[in-house]
Design a protein around this ligand. Structure first.
Ligand SMILES: Nc1ncnc2c1ncn2[C@@H]1O[C@H](COP(=O)(O)OP(=O)(O)OP(=O)(O)O)[C@@H](O)[C@H]1O
Ligand SMILES: [Mg+2]
Length: 296
């Protein structure tokens, strides 16, 4: 069972149904680029308070690991009660940008994530005050805004107001802002040049068929509880997975997990090109044609 890590080896003792559930769980693979970006986020967190706090923009194509990565960072810096004074400390706060740049919704979302009690109809100034005091009291150092590109879904003036809110929070409290999103997030932030040049861009590029990709496949193989080695890094298998996935991490993960489930169900216990060909999977590029095919 040398093809599996210790945890996956233990899972081999589970029933097929339980093993299939394991295949569906969210996995974490610390691939090199993710580790580099996590290190950068640590640097941002460690930065002492200053008039010019470092900010970051994590940019990548859709379905390529941004949300998983920022959640990983958050899980390493969970809230805790400080023993010396019994204060609740929240080093990192993660929220999603509202679907449109809407100041009120943004404050509501911050208040919800801070576990605050507020009235929906409270005046925006009151909400702002409440957010600022809570972030201050909880000594929050980094505010992460996922889906940052949602800002572009508003009028230029709504975008400006929203960026000013971000700037205000960052300046007033001297906390760092981390935006995550597709490349439009870069354009969104650069609509305000002053803000734009305060953000360092960290990209999560799509995968190429190189050694990093092979290492990624090898990592998946070690985590997926199949009884036999698949040797996913074999050229024909690796290239098939690469072509099917179009180099998107989410697709690579879906393909391998679906293939593993099929290999458990049919008793084969390893993945080969036949299994890959038999999974119920439509490549992302062809998915938009699905509605046409069912007559819409
Ligand atoms: N580090 C990782 N290890 C293993 N699988 C991962 C990792 N990161 C992402 N994935 C897989 O890729 C999928 C997509 O990741 P994620 O949701 O983070 O993408 P995203 O870039 O935020 O996409 P979107 O732009 O659509 O929000 C995840 O559901 C997971 O299956
Ligand atoms: Mg995401």
């Amino acid at each position: 069972m040398e093809h599996l890590n210790d945890t996956a080896k233990k899972w081999l003792n589970l029933s097929n149904t339980e093993r299939i559930l394991k295949c569906k769980e969210q996995l974490w693979i610390g691939y090199p680029r993710a580790l580099q970006v996590l290190d950068k986020l640590e640097d941002v967190l460690d930065h002492p308070k200053s008039l010019r706090m470092p900010n970051m923009l994590v940019i990548g194509e859709t379905n390529n690991g941004k949300t998983v990565l920022v959640n990983r960072f958050v899980s390493k810096h969970k809230h805790y009660i400080r023993e010396t004074d019994n204060s609740l400390i929240l080093p990192v706060l993660l929220i999603q940008a509202p679907p449109r740049p809407d100041e009120k919704r943004f404050y509501n979302s911050l208040l919800d994530n801070l576990g605050a009690v507020y009235k929906f109809n409270d005046h925006i100034d009151k909400k702002q005050y409440q957010v600022m005091r809570l972030l201050e009291r909880m000594e929050t150092k980094v505010l992460i805004v996922d889906e940052f590109h949602h800002i572009l879904a508003g009028t230029p003036s709504a975008q400006r107001v929203f960026l000013n809110v971000i700037k205000y929070i960052s300046n007033e409290l001297q906390i760092s802002i981390v935006g995550a999103g597709i490349k439009d997030a870069y354009y969104a932030i650069n609509a305000d040049p002053q803000l734009g040049n305060r953000f360092e861009v960290a990209s999560l590029p799509s995968w190429k068929p190189d050694d990093d990709f092979l290492r990624l496949l090898a990592s998946f193989e070690r985590l997926i509880p199949l009884g036999q080695p698949s040797n996913l890094i074999r050229e024909e298998l690796a290239m098939k997975i690469f072509t099917m996935s179009d180099g998107k991490l989410g697709e690579i993960s879906t393909i391998i997990k679906k293939a593993a489930i099929l290999a458990i169900e049919n008793g084969k216990e390893y993945i080969d090109t036949k299994v890959l060909g038999a999974i119920d999977y439509i490549p992302q590029s062809k998915r938009k044609n699905q509605l046409n095919q069912v007559g819409f």
